[in-house]
Design a protein around this ligand. Structure first.
Ligand SMILES: [Zn+2]
Length: 120
């Protein structure tokens, strides 16, 4: 089993941690609310360094792993996700999600799947 497979399994098996009521997707009407677990994890990127690392790991490995059966918000949605939610530091969050999107696109391009692959 490769390190990436171990990471993928840990990501998919990680229990959903409690979130504050203000962060719950049930009160969010955005386009990504249909993937509530990942949606809520993305909301924690600003306050939880572990979630930020998970986002960047997902971006780096986006072109190498098969996410087609995972209920995740795909990279082509990450900038819109940042723009559609409230943050303490909106400019920095837009930069983080934009950077992650660029990394995912480069990861997909590196596999020969092309930039369009970031849109599952
Ligand atoms: Zn939302």
């Amino acid at each position: 089993m490769t390190l990436q497979q171990v990471w993928m399994e840990s990501l998919l098996s990680e229990p959903v941690r409690p979130v504050r009521a203000a962060e719950r997707s049930t009160s969010c009407g955005c386009d990504d609310n249909g993937r509530p677990d990942h949606h809520d994890r993305l909301l924690r990127v600003e306050s939880d360094i572990g979630e930020l690392v998970e986002l960047l790991e997902m971006a780096v490995t986006w072109g190498e792993l098969d996410w087609s059966r995972s209920e995740v918000v795909p990279p082509h949605r990450w900038v819109d996700f940042a723009l559609c939610h409230s943050w303490k530091d909106p400019a920095t969050m837009e930069r983080i999600f934009s950077l992650a999107t660029d990394v995912a696109a480069r990861s997909a391009a590196g596999t020969g799947r092309g930039v369009d692959a970031i849109g599952v």
